[in-house]
Design a protein around this ligand. Structure first.
Ligand code: NAD
Ligand code: UDP
Length: 329
């Protein structure tokens, strides 16, 4: 298939482009490079031996998106493009609502206009708010506490309503848990700008000596060791989940959790990183981070049964691959 990947030079998008090309699909990337680098296109080519077409466009701009759809025959879209930092979304909510919701409307609108009926959307486990774990796709979406999460809930709703009135549409709403790690080549990975918000890039920068120690946000949660529990998933496993969704999706709208189903605490991840890479990560336990929840992990049965997809890589693989990328970049 000819697949348009919005946000395709970003962290998850670039790994998914590699997986798409490996699965014999042709890839067209649309990215405004607001949080990624053009050299990622070369790196995807170095890994796969095949060059993706690249367009530097902002996908909130309807004219650019329509021009792209009018000049290519597109079979499906994976819509990654968006802003993703929860804390930043509380400081600049309007930018988040505009970028994330308008991009979904514009890209979905072009799909309808040009008869593209396969749409895969990057949603997030954050839509579950503080529900009971494990999070199941059928749960009511309560208590989303930040603008970023709201943009995902709104985009899911918009795509669901479109699918109701367009019976040929197949939509996958993929709720990612915590993607970490990097492609095994060490050529592509996560490139946070400034001081990382997320745990794994913070750990790798401490390992590299760019940051002096990890601050563990909260040691008094009701978890195995008092630190927050998350469902970390290797980004290449996540990438493959997109291929499964694209290739196996029936008509209608379908929600899937993409996680491993295993919870890992902050301190367990630190220990795994130390073991995988034979390094020490200095840390201190500080106050809880506002808005954080104690536990988040997926019920993954639905993706297993309906997509035949399952995450395969271990926490040690994730730690090894994340460090390989950080070291070599
Ligand atoms: P990323 O920032 O690395 O990638 C997003 C890409 O989209 C970037 O290359 C950026 O330049 C591009 N972009 C942003 N706005 C754009 C626009 N208006 N037009 C064109 N390009 C634009 O982020 P990521 O981690 O790869 O996340 C991809 C998607 O997955 C996002 O929608 C994010 O909300 C979602 N998600 C990410 C995580 C995570 O932990 N990384 C978890 C759940 C969901
Ligand atoms: N975390 C931490 N220190 C950091 C960054 C994150 O202790 O510098 C914790 C955070 O409180 C949470 C877990 O690590 O329990 C995962 O946080 P991340 O920001 O990576 O993902 P999310 O909050 O989106 O699940």
């Amino acid at each position: 298939m000819n697949i348009l990947v919005t946000g395709g030079t970003g962290y998850i998008g670039s790994h998914t482009c590699v997986a798409l090309i490996a699965a014999n699909h042709d890839v067209i990337i649309a990215d405004n490079l607001s949080n990624s680098k053009i050299e990622t296109v070369d790196r995807i080519e170095r890994i796969t031996g095949k060059r993706a077409l690249f367009y530097k466009i902002d996908v909130t701009d309807a004219a650019s998106v329509r021009s792209l759809f009018s000049s290519h025959s597109i079979d499906g879209v994976i819509h990654f493009a968006g802003l993703k930092a929860i804390s930043e979304s509380t400081r600049i909510p309007l930018e988040y609502y505009f970028n994330n919701v308008v991009s979904t409307i514009v890209v979905a609108g072009a799909c309808l206009e040009y008869g593209v009926d396969r749409f895969v959307f990057s949603s997030s486990a954050t839509v579950y708010g503080d529900n009971e774990v494990p999070f199941v796709e059928t749960m009511e979406l309560l208590s989303v506490t930040n603008p970023y999460g709201e943009t995902k809930v709104m985009s899911e709703k918009i795509l669901t309503d479109i699918a109701v009135t367009n019976s040929a549409w197949s939509v996958a709403l993929l709720r990612y848990f915590n993607p970490i790690g990097a492609h095994e080549s060490g050529l592509i990975g996560e490139l946070p700008g400034g001081v990382p918000d997320n745990l794994m890039p913070y750990i790798t920068q401490v390992a590299k000596g760019k940051l002096d120690k990890l601050r563990v946000f909260g040691g008094d949660y009701p978890t195995v060791d008092g630190t927050g529990v998350r469902d970390y998933i290797h980004v290449m496993d996540l990438a493959k989940g997109h291929i499964a969704a694209l290739e196996k999706l029936p008509e209608g709208v379908h929600v899937f959790n993409l996680g491993t189903g295993q919870g890992t605490s902050v301190l367990e991840l630190v220990q795994a990183f130390e073991k995988a890479n034979n390094l020490k990560i200095p840390y201190e336990i500080v106050e809880r981070r506002p808005g954080d929840i104690a536990k988040s992990y997926a019920d993954t049965k639905k993706a297993g049964i309906e997509l035949g997809w399952k995450a395969e890589r271990s926490i040690l693989d994730m730690c090894r691959d994340a460090w390989r990328f950080e070291k070599s970049y």
